[in-house]
Design a protein around this ligand. Sequence first.
Ligand code: FEO
Length: 402
Amino acid sequence: MYEAIPVKKDIFWVGANDHETDLFESLWPLPRGVSYNAYLVVGEKTALIDTVKSSSMNVLIDKIEAVIGKRPLDYLVVNHMEPDHSGSMKVLKAIYPELKIVGNAQTKGMFESFYALTDDIVVVKEGDVLDLGGHQLRFHMIPMVHWPETMVAYDLESKVLFTCDAFGGFGTLDGGIFDDEVDMGFYEDEILRYFSNIVGRYSPQVQKAIEKLKGLEIAVIAPSHGPVHRRNPAKIVALYDRWSRHVSECGAVVVYGSMYGHTQRMAEAVARAMAEEGIERIIVHDVSRSHVSYVVKDIWRFRGLVLASCTYNMTLFPPLATLLEHLRNKMLKDRLVGLCGSYTWAQSVALKSLLEFAHSGGWELVDPQVEMKSAPNRAVLEACSLLGKNMAGRLKACDGRA
Ligand code: FEO
């Protein structure tokens, strides 16, 4: 079938690859694009599971027609209303006037507020089944993964679970769409970046969703972004489970904000000491140049975090302050934190701000906190080394508990 790719008998991927959007949600870089996965289920009745962003609408429409020809599209199941998935629904309703739109009580209000759609709406609740004839879709609510109205659809015949944002990730599907056709090393990194930046704040709700879905027999996990998991659907669930429990790996992220390189030298002294103590996985980010989405992703992965900031206009260096705001918003927990601050004429500002951040997040501090005036001297570098050594000791002590 041209472009519409069979997932299971009478179930087709009819999604689109977006290489043109630079920033997902106008926030998160997409160096290798993103896919909007929509799925067509063909029984006696036909149902589309989610749509695509409006910019990819024509691709979706072509693929639907390639599968069903002149048959009507009977149902649109809206698992989630964010416009990367709902963006084509108003036009689809115009093309298929008899189309019934399936959502839950919360979705219904959004049909109207986003698209002024009020007719032909089928409201479903937890456990309801939509019988297509040959396929039966059962709905389960997974609120806040990623919005309050989010739900999943489970096909009782094929055991395909259509999960929308849950278990999704960045990156277009370049030929292969299944986990057994693509380089999952790349995708797992992009799935973590997606999880940590988009869904991670709602980790408790992810846990509830995993708990709710764990009784299902799942042959395929079909998310709305990234690969379709048919070889190893349990693996992606396990990864989401681990990340949403804030389980970390033994390693450290060092993030510095430095105008003239002096604070960078503090960060590098800490990193060097950790390496000398045997920590192999150390990632150093210049917060002015690494996009915050990559920094957050790495912090989500590793247990150790070292923050080093200069003072700027009597506050934290702005890009570092932005990172901390993102981390507060994501509500990441259970990390070891080492702190370095520098100043020339506004003593204690940077370090005090970093300490306030660490205390407010309930993170575990590793001593010593290091403060530097203007440029590093021997005493400062020795203190940074001691911080690195202590951090390495704490990391090695927790290695294996993940
Ligand atoms: Fe992929 Fe929350 O939208």
